[in-house]
Unconditional design. Structure first.
Length: 371
């Protein structure tokens, strides 16, 4: 079939077949990737918008709100349905760290650990491809040692062999690996720093249709008399969940918050922020309203700063980023307390471009203490 037209734009090539409907194919130029994923803020601006999961730039048309929606799509979508080789190449060029034991990648938005058949590409599919790009065709597949949800972004450790995976999995189970997340919250947590210690349990929600969500299962409840607290019966299905948090910066009813989960319960930080502090993560359409599945309702001031209307809030991606991973040096036999030796691994991952754009729109300053 003869091709009659071809136009290029930001890494895409559009092809039109004579006398037939239009077709679109992906043509990526890997040479434009930035190889230093942990560089200073200017480096993040140099990166192509799709290096962290964005799609190519398309001509903006229509109202300012429509253009803003297109911008959100461009910055947060694009790597969910690419070939595994393409995703592996993106991870390679954004590599955060690697040695003889571990590879630390910057996971893009919207990429699950395992993709359902016909539903795009998952991290599992790049495990045999990425090491070949890094170490040669004889390299063995990588191993997943911890999980990030589909819409989480940021630092993720992969082990190079089974022995390293077992050792790291053990350290994760013992809560020795320090994980810190950055989130943008709707509402400013009060107090500005603290520890949330409330168990979490999975419960069924029947409105509007049957589904399951994580919920709080507090061990205390307010008594009938003012100022009294009563111990509630502990549910055996509840999991202990502890999260340390601190507000880094805030503006206009929104905040940049650093979180350190001290336990590893499913959706822990999302549930603690939304249901315990009443400050859901921006773009968390699941836990902003626990009793239903509907797009997050945002205050008028936040919508105005983001350049959106309420019906378009469904396009806001989850602003939950794995900022730091720190693996302390292993203690020698008989050693007690915190080791003063240099950590085996300490990686800091810069947020994706859509996250940085949101901080700009909300007028939240970059924290002075942050690299």
């Amino acid at each position: 079939m003869a091709l009659t037209g071809c136009c290029r734009g930001a890494g895409w090539r559009f092809l039109a077949a004579a006398g037939s409907r239009r077709r679109r194919c992906l043509c990526l130029d890997f040479g434009s990737f930035c190889s230093d994923a942990a560089d200073v803020p200017r480096a993040a601006e140099r990166r192509p918008s799709w290096a962290h999961g964005g799609a190519p730039k398309e001509a903006a048309a229509g109202s300012p709100v429509s253009r803003r929606v297109q911008e959100l799509r461009r910055l947060s979508q694009g790597l969910q349905r690419v070939h595994p080789n393409v995703l592996a190449k993106v991870l390679k060029n954004g590599l955060l760290f690697h040695n003889e034991d571990w590879v630390v990648v910057d996971k893009p938005y919207g990429v699950p650990m395992e993709a359902a058949p016909g539903r795009g590409t998952g991290m599992q599919e790049v495990l045999p491809i990425l090491p070949k790009m890094l170490y040669g065709m004889t390299a063995q597949p990588l191993h997943i040692c911890h999980r990030l949800d589909k819409d989480n972004t940021g630092a993720m450790i992969l082990a190079r062999d089974g022995k390293s995976a077992l050792a790291l999995n053990h350290r994760f189970r013992m809560h020795e690996v320090i994980k810190k997340y950055w989130v943008v919250t709707v509402g400013i947590p009060v107090p500005s720093e603290g520890i949330i210690d409330i168990p979490i349990i999975e419960r069924e929600v029947s409105n509007p249709r049957k589904h399951f969500k994580m919920a709080l299962a507090p061990v205390f409840r307010v008594g009938d008399m003012e100022g009294t607290m009563l111990r509630a019966r502990q549910n055996r299905a509840a999991h202990s969940a502890v999260t340390q948090y601190r507000v880094l910066e805030s503006s206009g009813g929104t905040a940049l918050v650093e979180l350190q989960p001290l336990t590893g319960v499913k959706h822990q930080v999302r549930v603690h922020l939304a249901l315990a502090l009443g400050c859901p993560i921006l773009g968390d359409h699941k836990y902003s309203k626990w009793s239903s599945l509907e797009p997050q309702k945002l205050p008028e001031g936040v919508l105005r700063r983001l350049g959106l209307t309420q019906p378009k809030s469904r396009h806001v991606p989850l602003h939950l980023h794995s900022r730091q991973l720190r693996v302390p040096a292993a203690r020698s036999e008989g050693e007690e307390g915190e080791s003063e030796r240099e950590p085996m691994l300490n990686v800091i991952c810069r947020p994706p471009r859509y996250f940085l754009q949101t901080l700009k729109h909300l007028r939240i300053q970059w924290p002075e203490v942050a690299p």
